[in-house]
Design a protein around this ligand. Structure first.
Ligand code: DC
Length: 215
């Protein structure tokens, strides 16, 4: 049987990592959160104490690959995904994700790994830029209030931070949609799913039934 590629894109805190992990389990596929590569390069930069200029010079010589299910390899480092969510790595990842040379380099790597097939890959531009030939593309959204509510729960923050977090999410949405490089927009042929009033199980069920009906 042909190896299948499923992509899930969507804004920050839309739940795409959780949903794509659950959908991958349901399909018996690997799961890839493409943000992991931006994070792994940031980890490497920080560990090696590289300046941005030097890092960009040597970027194309770096060996990077996934070690499924949950590790990524950059040169001599095999890094657990769970180590890649600290604040300094998140900030550096968001910074280098805006650099065209970094995006171009990671494009080839992501295509190679996703092309091995039987994978659910999530990110911001996977269905539009990285793998437009995917068999099924989803774009997951939720209202900014719902995403702020989920973020508060996830980070264990008090309810009085709600307005601040919602505003942050709305500003990030605006930046992501308006950026020149790989703006956050649904692929023309993506199924758009709003998860505001749906549980994660309901969202996964919806996707799974779209896939099984469409095969
Ligand atoms: O999804 P994440 O938070 O792990 O992503 C880390 C960073 O990488 C984040 O700043 C967005 C960026 N990113 C991107 O620009 N394009 C992708 N396909 C995936 C992530």
């Amino acid at each position: 049987m042909k190896k299948m590629v499923i992509t899930i894109d969507g804004p920050a805190a839309s739940g795409k990592s959780t949903i794509s992990y659950l959908l991958a389990q349901r399909c018996g596929f690997n799961h890839l959160s493409t943000g992991i590569f931006y994070r792994a390069l940031s980890y490497y930069m920080i560990k090696k104490n590289l300046s941005e200029e030097y890092f960009l010079d040597i970027l194309e010589t770096l060996q990077i690959d996934m070690v499924f299910p949950d590790k990524v390899k950059v040169e001599e480092f095999i890094i657990e995904e769970s180590l890649l969510h600290s604040m300094d790595i998140s900030n550096m990842a968001s910074r280098i994700a805006k650099i065209e040379k970094v995006r171009d380099f990671l494009l080839g790597i992501q295509r190679k790994i996703i092309g091995r097939g039987n994978i659910v890959a999530d990110g911001r531009d996977v269905g539009t830029v990285v793998y437009p030939d995917a068999d099924f593309k989803f774009f997951l959204t939720a209202s900014s209030s719902e995403r702020a509510r989920r973020r508060l729960l996830e980070l264990g923050l008090p309810i009085d931070r709600f307005d601040e977090i919602r505003k942050e999410i709305e500003e990030r949405d605006k930046r992501d949609k308006l950026r020149d490089v790989a703006p956050l927009i649904p692929a023309y042929d993506a199924y758009i799913i709003d998860s505001t009033y749906r549980t994660k199980e309901e969202v996964v069920d919806m996707m799974y039934s779209i896939i099984t009906r469409g095969i």
